[in-house]
Ligand binder design. Structure first.
Ligand SMILES: Nc1nc2c(ncn2[C@@H]2O[C@H](COP(=O)(O)OP(=O)(O)OP(=O)(O)O)[C@@H](O)[C@H]2O)c(=O)[nH]1
Length: 700
């Protein structure tokens, strides 16, 4: 390598080392939007921080988000701090949108988890924490809202330890709390940041105040010990009684945070502009760069072999599309994370998931309030692409000459649906287009036409999810439509193995139809989906008809159950059959397979499955009896109870079917003093009486 080349390579490595792809993850209302706003403000990209309650927050650009004051869509924004480029991927806090969180986590290198300093670790914080564990995302914790009445930093730290089973490394200590919250002690440098006014404008870097020395010393001591324990070299030095320098402590903590051994904990008040600059420092100091995470893996679609791609611009392109957004100005934006190589505007790339060539027309880097057109985006970076037509969330883009397929993003099945009826003929066409667009943006949202009623049915992850979709349909696409009542997305499955025959034979004068199969159906565990296996020997069903057999089964599964619900969690094995030299066709085999599937479901002791939700109610103690009685009446199973911050917490598993309108009922039952959260947990068989009712209503 020539010296110049070596210098270029070094320069690229430095750029990568100075890149952070992070997400700000939080429970709803913990202050994620406010924190993001302040970060954009202090990194100089926005001139006045938007206030969430005023409805002007820069990230929350969608109308509904402004009205509801919650963040729904993830958008990637770039800002700069201490010569580092920080790409922030906004993630939503409401569980109905967990998939947004999941897909963001997939492309992030690190996360800032924001907690409400009054409530500490809330149930949904646990959910996102578990998701982040799944993708091994290194994290730092920001305990926000220390200015609020009831804020308790120590309790929040304890909850991180106990509920999240993490090892918090406390690197800051607050000076004062609630309305007296006036400073933050940096335990590593042992310096204090004092805020001399309510809104954190007048900042002083000072010695740790006298009356805080003792408590800060003891927390610092614990921190130094934790860091030393995580690193052999530092441990030796520490045991020999030597002082560890702040630089050594930061480097040690960085290494431990990146492996997930320790989780740095910080504090502040985003609303009052306290702790934001220190949070930015911590993002740079403790969250990984693209070079600190393992290189991405994928399969070569031509050979099926596993390949590894380093975060290197010289390597062949490998990128993952993680978000589609319809943009009013430029049309369709596809957000991508580039893992290796370069994505260059005006070139063609290969979508290895769809086996299609696509043209990259333009590339945009999104800032909070402007967009910058760029020539190319390199390994380790994130940007928005204009021009991709066939690329959807989860698709891999790669070099046409060196294709690779990255692991796809997995999406949960929707649990709730509503019927949508267009008001006029003209609305009918607009509806189809609107739903198609919306489904392209959101893979957890599904659209289907009920074959019996001809109605358009849309399904999603929860009532709020569907409400937002319907709202966008009416507003953005101006579709006039009547919306039905939300319905539970029931499913069906079999409970015992069966062997079934499907024959489709027609003789009508000229060329007839002949398809004949024997299938063995087996139940799979919950969430097992569908597996098809071809065990034909001796060509009794010719190879060319086998895809038609699988297609016939899949099609029949969509509505093939005894009560007309989709069939899930089965394995279908094609074991035998026969064909006719002249009359056999794909169509005939498809029909035969579909008949066999339907018959098999009837004979396989079918059950109807319903979504069961994990519910957590937080109520003043005096209403505990009523809340529990009511959950029991909803066929709920109480899983546990505890006292948290003076309130009774009731945890239960409850069928979604009985939870419609729960918000209103809970409010009237507890004079509006209880709150609840609900998320999908699993599918389970419905009681027999309900099954009979559903079959009577829909059975065919
Ligand atoms: N007192 C106080 N209130 C805060 C602080 N940070 C945020 N808030 C308020 O808490 C509420 C929720 O803040 P958001 O920033 O919208 O929270 P979020 O986590 O983004 O919520 P979603 O977007 O709904 O997921 C708003 O009314 C904020 O003004 C803080 O540090 N102190």
């Amino acid at each position: 390598m020539s010296t110049v080349q070596a210098q270029v390579t070094d320069a690229r490595r430095v750029i990568l080392q100075r890149t952070r792809n992070i997400g700000i993850i939080a429970h709803i209302d913990a202050g994620k939007t406010t924190t993001t706003e302040r970060i954009l403000f202090y990194t100089g990209r926005v001139h006045r921080p938007g206030e969430v309650h005023e409805g002007s927050a820069t990230m929350d650009w969608m109308v509904q988000e402004r009205e509801r004051g919650i963040t729904i869509t993830a958008a990637a924004t770039t800002c700069f701090w201490r010569d580092h480029r920080i790409n922030i991927i906004d993630t939503p806090g409401h569980v109905d949108f967990t998939v947004e969180v999941e897909r963001s986590l997939r492309v992030l290198d690190g996360g800032v988890v924001v907690f409400d300093g009054v409530h500490g670790v809330e149930p949904q914080s646990e959910t996102v924490w578990r998701q982040a564990d799944k993708y091994r995302v290194p994290r730092i914790c920001f305990i926000n809202k220390l200015d609020r009445i009831g804020a308790n930093y120590e309790r929040a730290i304890e909850m991180i330890r106990e509920r999240l089973k993490a090892r918090p490394a406390v690197i800051q200590w607050p000076i004062g709390l609630e309305s007296d919250f006036r400073g933050i002690i940096d335990l590593i440098d042992f310096r204090a940041r004092l805020y001399h006014d309510e809104l954190g404008q007048n900042i002083e870097d000072a010695e740790v105040p006298e009356d805080y020395r003792e408590v800060a010393q003891s927390w610092r001591h614990a921190l130094v010990e934790q860091i030393a324990e995580s690193n052999e070299e530092l441990m030796l030095k520490y045991l020999e009684g030597e002082e560890l320098t702040p630089e050594e402590l930061r480097a040690g903590l960085r290494a431990a945070a990146i492996t997930g051994q320790l989780v740095p904990v910080l504090c502040g008040s985003a609303l009052k502009n306290k702790g934001i600059q220190l949070l930015l420092d911590a993002i740079v100091d403790y969250l990984p760069s693209p070079l600190d995470i393992p290189p991405v893996q994928g399969t070569n679609p031509l050979t099926g072999e596993t390949e590894i791609r380093e975060a290197d611009e010289e390597a062949p392109l490998a990128a993952l599309a993680f978000k589609i957004q319809a943009d009013p100005h430029v049309g369709r934006l596809t957000y991508v994370r580039v893992y290796s190589g370069r994505l260059t505007s005006g070139t063609y790339v290969y979508n290895s998931t769809k086996n299609e060539r696509e043209r990259v027309s333009r590339l945009l880097r999104m800032h909070a309030n402007h967009r910058e057109e760029i020539e190319y985006v390199g390994a380790g970076d994130i940007c928005a692409v204009i021009g991709l037509k066939k690329t959807f969330t989860g698709d891999t883009l790669s070099d046409p000459d060196r294709p690779i397929l990255l692991e796809a993003i997995q999406f949960p099945e929707p649990v709730i649906s509503v019927a949508v009826e267009p008001k006029t003929r003209a609305d009918q066409d607009k509806l189809a287009l609107a739903l198609q667009r919306l489904a392209e943006e959101d893979p957890t949202f599904q659209v289907r036409i009920d074959p019996e009623s001809g109605q358009t049915i849309i399904s999603g992850m929860g009532e709020l999810h569907l409400e937002v979709i319907v709202d966008r349909m009416l507003r953005e696409f101006r579709v006039g439509a009547n919306i039905g009542r939300p319905q539970v997305a029931y499913k069906e499955t079999i409970t015992r193995p069966v062997r079934v025959e499907g024959r489709f034979v027609r003789q009508t004068g000229g060329r007839g139809q002949y398809g004949h199969v024997w299938l063995e159906l087996e139940p799979l565990p919950r969430g097992g989906g569908f597996i098809f296996e071809d065990r034909i020997v001796g060509g009794v069903v010719p190879k060319e008809f086998i895809p038609a057999v699988e297609a016939g089964i899949r099609e029949a599964m969509e509505t093939g159950g005894v009560a007309g619900y989709p069939v899930v969690d089965i394995k279908a094995v094609l074991v035998d059959g026969s064909y006719h030299e002249v009359d056999s066709s794909e169509m005939a085999f498809k029909i035969a397979a579909s008949m066999a599937l339907k018959e098999g479901v009837r004979r396989g002791q079918p059950v109807i499955l319903e979504p069961i939700m994990r519910v957590e109610v937080v109520t003043p103690e005096e209403f505990t009896g009523d809340v529990i009685g009511d959950l029991n009446a909803r066929r709920g199973r109480i899983e546990g109870m505890e006292i948290r911050a003076g309130s009774q917490v009731v945890r239960a598993m409850v069928p979604l079917a009985t939870m419609f309108g729960y918000a209103t009922d809970l409010r009237s039952m507890t004079q509006g003093r209880a709150t609840y959260t609900m998320e999908f947990d699993h599918y389970a068989p419905v009681p027999e009486s309900l099954a009979a009712e559903l079959v009577a209503r829909n059975g065919r």
